[in-house]
Ligand binder design. Structure first.
Ligand SMILES: CC(C)(COP(=O)([O-])OP(=O)([O-])OC[C@H]1O[C@@H](n2cnc3c(N)ncnc32)[C@H](O)[C@@H]1OP(=O)([O-])[O-])[C@@H](O)C(=O)NCCC(=O)NCCSC(=O)C[C@@](C)(O)CC(=O)[O-]
Ligand SMILES: NC(=O)C1=CN([C@@H]2O[C@H](COP(=O)(O)OP(=O)(O)OC[C@H]3O[C@@H](n4cnc5c(N)ncnc54)[C@H](OP(=O)(O)O)[C@@H]3O)[C@@H](O)[C@H]2O)C=CC1
Length: 411
C-alpha cells in the first residue's frame, strides 16, 4: 500500500475526511481501495473478497455508484437455448441468469428444453414507452381543467422542448390525471435502446419549466409525482403500461407434456386456475396472477445491469393457460417490463458480456430494436419458468427439487 493511500485511510479512520471526499484526493481506483481499507479498520473485518473486483472505478465514477469499496459477486448461469419466433428475437438464445436460489436455473432450463421441443415461442411487443409524471398544483378544479386543456393545445411546443434534451427520447403522449386542484401529467416517451429513466426525467424537467413559464398559476411540486409509477406496483402501470408490454405464447402437445414433464394440460390448467388466479385473488395479490415472474426477471436484471428496483413493476403480469384437446396453450403477459441495452448498469463489463450472449449489447440497428429483442427474450424466458414451475407443482416435485439443488440432499 502506498504511503499516500495509508495517509488517507488514517484520516478517514480519525474522522478527518468524509468517505466520498477521497475522490478529490486520490485517483479513482486508489480511492476505492482506501475506502475499503478504512471500512476494514473501522469495522474490524477483512474484506478481501469485496476488494477482488475487475471493475475499473474510473469507468463507473460519476456514472454508476458512489462511495465504492469493491463489488459483490453473484453466481451466473445460463439456461437454454430457447427458440423464439418474435418480431425482433428470432432463433435460439441462451439466457444468462444471476441468482443464489438453487434449482431456479435448472427450472428455467427444463422449461426452455420443453418449449424448444414444442416449436418456437411466439413473442409480441404490444406497446412501448417510458413514463414520468410530474405533479402540478393549481388554485381549484376549474384551474386544473383549464391547465389540462392548455397542455393538450400546446402538446407540440412541449414536445419540442423535451426533444431538445435527447437524440433518442421521443415524446409520444401526455396523459393527465386529476385530484381536486392537483394534476399529474404522465409523459410517455420512446427511449430507443435505453430503459430511459434518466432520459425522460431530464426531458420532463425541461417540459415542467416551460409549462410553469407559459401557464400562469401552475406550480410543479415534484417532477416525479408517483403516477409514473417508478419502482412501485400501480394500477396505472398495469393498465396503461410502462416500459414494454410484451406477450409470449406457445402450444405444447400432450405427448411432450407427458414425456418431458410427466404431466398433462388438465393438471397444469388446474394449478394455474386455483394457484395463480384463485389463490392470487383470495390473497389479494396485486396484478401478479403468476407463479414466479419475479424469479426470472430479477435473475436477468442482475445479470445484465438493469435497475433491479424495477423488478417491482416489471414482474407484474399474468399467466394464461387453456386445454386445447389435451394440448396446452400457455401465455405470459407482462404489462410493464422496463429494460435497456444501453445506459445505466448495462455498461459494466460482466453485464455487457451477459447482454452479448443474447446478441443485444449496445445500440440496435435501427435504435430501439435491441431493447425490443431483449424484452421478447425475457418474456420467452418467463414463459419457460412459468411452464416449468406449474408442471413441477402439478407433479409435486417442488420440495424435492429444492432439497437436491438448494441443500445438496439427494432423495
Ligand atoms: C429441478 C428440476 C428441473 C429437475 O427436473 P427432472 O425432470 O426431475 O430432472 P431430469 O434430470 O430428468 O432433467 C430434466 C431437464 O431439467 C433440466 N435440468 C435438470 N437438472 C438441471 C441442472 N442441474 N442444471 C440445469 N438444468 C437441469 C435439463 O433441461 C434436463 O434435461 P436434459 O438436459 O438432462 O435433457 C425439476 O424438478 C424442477 O424444475 N422443479 C421445480 C423447481 C422450480 O421450478 N423452482 C422455481 C423456484 S421456486 C420459487 O422461488 C418461487 C415459489 C415456488 O415460491 C413461487 C410460488 O409460490 O409458486
Ligand atoms: N433519473 C431518475 O429519476 C432515475 C434514474 N434511474 C437510473 O437511470 C439509468 C437509466 O437511465 P437511461 O436514461 O436509460 O440511461 P442513461 O442515463 O445512461 O442514458 C442513455 C444514454 O445513451 C444514449 N444513447 C446512445 N445510443 C442510444 C440508443 N440506441 N438508444 C437510446 N439511447 C442511446 C442517450 O443519448 P440521447 O439521450 O442523446 O439519445 C443517453 O445519453 C439507470 O442507471 C437507472 O438506475 C432510475 C430511476 C429513476
Amino acid at each position: 500500500m502506498s504511503n499516500r493511500i495509508e495517509d488517507v485511510v488514517d484520516k478517514i479512520v480519525k474522522g478527518e475526511v468524509e468517505l466520498h471526499k477521497i475522490d478529490e484526493i486520490l485517483d479513482a481506483n486508489a480511492a476505492m481501495v482506501a475506502r475499503r481499507l478504512a471500512i476494514e479498520r473501522l469495522t474490524g473485518n477483512g474484506l478481501p473478497s469485496i476488494g477482488s473486483t475487475i471493475i475499473d472505478y474510473y469507468d463507473i465514477k460519476n456514472k454508476n455508484a458512489e462511495n465504492v469499496i469493491g463489488a459483490t459477486q453473484i453466481p451466473l448461469g445460463v439456461a437454454g437455448p430457447i427458440l423464439i419466433d418474435g418480431d425482433y428475437a428470432k432463433g435460439n438464445f441462451f439466457v444468462p441468469l444471476a441468482t443464489t436460489e438453487g434449482a431456479l436455473i435448472a427450472s428455467v432450463n427444463r422449461g426452455m428444453k420443453v418449449l424448444r421441443k414444442a416449436g418456437p415461442v411466439r413473442t409480441k411487443i404490444v406497446r412501448d414507452g417510458m413514463t414520468r409524471a410530474p405533479v402540478f398544483v393549481l388554485d381549484s378544479v376549474v384551474g386544473a381543467m383549464k391547465f389540462i386543456e392548455w397542455v393538450n393545445q400546446n402538446f407540440e411546443a412541449i414536445r419540442n422542448v423535451t426533444e431538445s434534451t435527447s437524440k433518442h427520447g421521443k415524446l409520444k403522449k401526455i396523459e393527465p390525471l386529476l385530484l381536486g386542484n392537483n394534476v399529474w401529467l404522465r409523459f410517455e416517451f420512446e427511449t430507443g435502446d435505453a430503459m430511459g429513466m434518466n432520459m425522460v426525467t431530464i426531458a420532463t424537467e425541461a417540459a415542467c419549466s416551460y409549462i410553469e413559464q407559459n401557464f400562469e398559476g401552475a406550480r410543479c411540486v415534484a417532477v416525479s409525482g408517483n403516477a409514473c409509477s417508478d419502482k412501485k406496483q400501480s394500477m396505472v402501470n398495469e393498465l396503461w403500461g410502462r416500459g414494454k408490454t410484451v406477450v409470449a405464447e406457445t402450444i405444447i402437445s400432450s405427448e411432450i407434456l407427458k414425456k418431458e414433464l410427466r404431466t398433462t394440460a388438465e393438471k397444469i390448467l388446474d394449478v394455474n386456475l386455483r394457484k395463480n388466479w384463485l389463490g392470487g385473488a383470495r390473497a389479494g395479490t396485486i396484478f401478479q396472477y403468476n407463479a414466479h415472474f419475479a424469479n426470472i426477471i430479477a435473475a436477468i436484471f442482475i445479470a445484465t445491469g438493469q435497475d433491479v428496483a424495477q423488478v417491482v413493476e416489471s414482474s407484474t403480469g399474468f399467466t394464461w393457460v387453456e386445454n386445447r384437446g389435451d394440448n396446452l396453450y400457455i401465455s405470459v403477459t407482462l404489462p410493464s417490463l422496463e429494460v435497456g441495452t444501453v445506459g445505466g448498469g448495462t455498461r459494466l463489463p460482466t453485464q455487457r458480456e451477459a447482454l452479448s450472449i443474447m446478441g443485444v449489447q449496445g445500440s440496435g440497428n435501427p435504435p430501439g430494436s435491441n431493447a425490443k429483442k431483449f424484452a421478447e427474450i425475457i418474456a420467452a424466458a418467463v414463459l419457460a419458468g412459468e411452464l416449468n414451475l406449474l408442471s413441477a407443482l402439478s407433479t409435486r416435485e417442488l420440495g424435492k427439487a429444492h432439497k437436491m439443488l438448494g441443500r445438496g440432499i439427494k432423495t
